[in-house]
Design a protein around this ligand. Structure first.
Ligand SMILES: CC(C)(COP(=O)(O)OP(=O)(O)OC[C@H]1O[C@@H](n2cnc3c(N)ncnc32)[C@H](O)[C@@H]1OP(=O)(O)O)[C@@H](O)C(=O)NCCC(=O)NCCS
Length: 143
């Protein structure tokens, strides 16, 4: 598995993954993301295929924020997500982050368990955060 920075030719892969795993999507956000935060937009590649990505940014001094992390369904539960998360953790650390924050849907049990296993804890709730009025669980990791 290769973990590397996103490049524009990966765009279609990322959009396909996003479409498969999330209810809400906004393809153009990812190109903007690449233009503004190229250092913290990472993909996982196997046999020439991009099968996962993580997009984050330094939200403010000392605070990294994960905007989106996803793995193509067929490749889940094979540590791809963990590898992506570890990579972005290292990048944030090098950029001086002391903590990482993210939001995850309250009903996304799998992702919440995944983040907890990686040391994240819930520190708040954002009510009706998503377009369908679902709440978000706010999670934090101390680096
Ligand atoms: C959440 C998500 C990113 C995790 O990615 P993943 O590649 O499945 O993550 P991992 O494989 O590293 O870990 C998942 C589980 O597989 C298990 N696993 C990993 N490698 C394994 C192996 N070789 N053998 C057996 N189990 C393994 C892990 O123990 C882990 O268990 P958990 O349920 O306690 O977390 C992925 O499920 C996903 O894309 N979900 C949809 C999008 C989403 O919800 N994103 C998060 C909100 S931003």
């Amino acid at each position: 598995m290769i973990i590397r920075r996103f490049q524009p030719s990966d765009f279609q892969w990322v959009i396909d993954i996003e479409r498969k795993v999330f209810n809400e999507h906004d393809p153009y956000l990812y190109m903007q993301f690449y233009e503004i935060y190229p250092d913290t937009f990472i993909v996982a590649q196997i046999n020439g295929f991009v099968i996962g990505y993580v997009a984050g940014f330094l939200a403010r001094v000392g605070v990294g924020r994960i905007f989106s992390l996803a793995v193509y369904p067929k490749y889940q539960n094979r540590s791809v997500g963990s590898n992506l998360l570890n990579e972005i953790k290292n990048i944030f650390r090098k950029k001086g982050a002391l903590e990482i924050i993210l939001e995850v849907r309250m009903d996304n049990i799998k992702a919440k368990r995944f983040y907890e296993r990686h040391g994240f804890f819930q520190f708040g709730i954002a009510e009706k955060y998503y377009n369908d009025a679902h709440d978000a669980c706010l999670m934090k990791l101390k680096l």
